[in-house]
Design a protein around this ligand. Structure first.
Ligand code: ZEM
Length: 290
């Protein structure tokens, strides 16, 4: 792992790209799990309570690190730790979000707007004092459209952005030993595209007969693909579905909308002062909020 000059974020992007390929791990790339790390680091945000979000990098500490929703993300954190070790000037909060953005781009997706400035909690004690209660804020895949809206409206997203963000399920897979669910959504899960939306609309998704949690399956090109109950909710809901249809038909539109929504996700709760630094405040709230 190389050191790059302080403030050279393109240099960090290059370091992330160097470690993405990993033969023997899942589908040969750690890109998807890095995207999930960036999402779970950010997706705890509450617009009303003005806490949660990526600032602080609280997932280094309990209770976020041991939250069942974050099972498996310890691998993502370990994979990129050497980049931090070689470049201790970057905050973990910046590194995790930048790694997720870089991974999307490196897997053929759009360029994600990203800005530095996040600060890390100095210790577990500080995290506890500053973070506020952000337990149980990530979505539960076993639930439906109302739950999806509750979770994403809390962050400040609308229905169109929810569907665009869901396009991330074009990447990676479910792991029985992490979430309980099993399998990839698409045939090539390390390439960002609109296949997930196409498959949602064109395949017959049937309940999988197995011992695990309720999920859907379809065999495509000899591969058993899956959908979560929350994925199927996107084609059953009358407002979500037209966006699934638009993104299935127009990959350029998906790329544009995904980049905007994912960029917004990575910014949630990151409130910078005039010098570009996002300070941490007690209770996790924004220092400049009304
Ligand atoms: Zn996911 N996601 N996600 N997601 N996700 C999984 C995997 C991945 C939900 C969900 O419960 C799950 C978003 C939205 C939602 C990624 C990115 C994004 C898994 C499998 C589950 C269960 C975890 C495992 O077993 O390893 C639900 C319910 C969501 C909303 C309703 C959003 C938004 C994302 C990013 C923008 C990614 C990349 C993965 C694949 C991770 C991997 O390790 O391959």
């Amino acid at each position: 792992m190389s050191s790059v000059p302080k403030g050279d974020y393109d240099g960090i992007r290059a370091e992330v790209k160097k470690i993405l390929k990993r033969p023997g791990y899942d589908d040969g790339s750690i890109g998807p799990v890095l995207v999930r790390l960036a999402w779970h680091a950010s997706g705890t945000y509450s617009a009303k309570e003005k806490n949660g979000g990526s600032n602080g990098a609280g997932m280094r500490f309990a209770p976020e690190s041991s939250d069942g929703a974050n099972a498996g993300l310890e691998f993502a954190r370990e994979f990129i730790d050497p980049i931090h070790a070689a470049n201790p000037w970057i905050s973990y909060a910046d590194l995790w979000t930048l790694a997720g953005a870089t991974a999307v781009e490196a897997m053929g997706g759009p360029k994600i707007p990203w800005k530095p400035g996040r600060t890390d909690f100095a210790s577990e004690v500080a995290a506890t004092e500053y973070r506020g209660n952000i337990d149980n804020r990530l979505p539960d895949a076993a639930l439906g459209a109302q739950h999806i809206r509750d979770v994403f409206y809390r962050m400040g997203f609308n229905d169109q952005e929810i569907v665009a963000l869901s396009g991330a399920h074009n990447l990676g897979r479910c792991h029985a030993d992490r979430s309980g669910f099993d399998g990839p959504w698409v045939v090539n899960p390390i390439r960002f595209s609109n296949q997930y939306f196409k498959l949602l609309l064109t395949r017959k998704w049937v309940p999988r007969k197995w011992d695990g949690p309720f999920q859907y399956e379809a065999i495509v090109a000899g591969t058993r693909l899956m959908m979560l109950p929350t994925d199927i909710a996107l084609i059953e809901d009358p407002v979500f579905r037209p966006w699934v249809e638009k993104y299935a038909a127009d990959q350029a539109l998906l790329f544009k909308d995904f980049a905007a929504a994912f960029g917004k996700l990575l910014e949630l709760g990151v409130d910078r002062d005039g010098t570009g630094v996002a300070h941490l405040v007690k209770g996790g709230g924004c220092p400049f909020a009304a």
